[in-house]
Ligand binder design. Structure first.
Ligand code: AMP
Length: 206
């Protein structure tokens, strides 16, 4: 039997809040070969009775990042839980990481477990398009951190300041720019064009 990889191959779905990462991640996770994981979604599903969940929700409501060590430990526990439940199968699935890593320190912390093969950078040049998407999402999904425009702008600033250095960390050779202002089907086509070679290089399909 083939050995499980010591580090899980992964592609990052990278981009500012409102750039459309979640929409694509959800579509892609239904395509065989991918396993999508969003730290934002994991945080929102934590048991609200837990003290940890309450602290995390406070950071999210303020538009701030959850501390790195806490984020990475929840991420790992969740992923290992999915693996134990045979939902995430490392020999069959390319991990699609949405929302992590969000700081250079997180890049370093996950490096022991995650082998980043590609960064899909969802570019959206117009900040107002993102603010507007988040405003519409607030109505549809009722997320507390979407509800106020000042928190939305804070999240976009946090992204610029703390998260964009992640791009430098991985370097140009891994980055693929995706124009995220197109139709969801166009964005999907752009993602698949980049992801399929990574699947073929890292997994054996019978
Ligand atoms: P998202 O759904 O990706 O927009 O994430 C919602 C919120 O969860 C963010 O604004 C952060 O407060 C928090 N969050 C999600 N992922 C991370 C992460 N990798 N590091 C720190 N905070 C995070």
């Amino acid at each position: 039997m083939a050995k499980a990889p010591s580090r899980y191959p992964a592609a990052l779905i990278f981009g500012a809040p409102g750039a459309g990462k979640g929409t694509q991640g959800e579509i892609l996770t239904r395509v065989p070969g991918f396993f999508h994981l969003s730290t934002g979604v994991i945080f929102r599903k934590l048991d609200p009775q837990m003290e940890e969940a309450r602290q995390i929700s406070e950071y999210c409501k303020r538009g701030e990042l959850v501390p790195d060590e806490l984020t990475v430990s929840i991420f790992r526990n969740w992923l290992e839980g999915r693996r134990a439940a045979d939902k995430f199968r490392p020999k069959e699935h390319l991990l699609l990481l949405d929302g992590i890593p969000r700081t250079v320190n997180q890049c370093k912390l996950i490096e022991r477990y995650i082998d980043v093969k590609l960064v899909l950078y969802f570019e959206c040049v117009d900040m107002e398009v993102m603010v507007d998407r988040i405003r519409r999402r607030a109505v549809m999904e009722g997320r507390p951190d979407d509800a106020s425009e000042s928190v939305t702008r804070k999240r976009l600033e946090t992204f610029e300041r703390e998260t964009t250095p992640v791009l430098n960390y991985y370097g140009d050779s891994l980055i693929r720019r995706i124009d995220s202002s197109g139709l969801p089907a166009e964005v999907l086509a752009g993602c698949l064009q980049q992801l399929i070679p990574v699947l073929k290089e890292n997994f054996v399909f019978e």
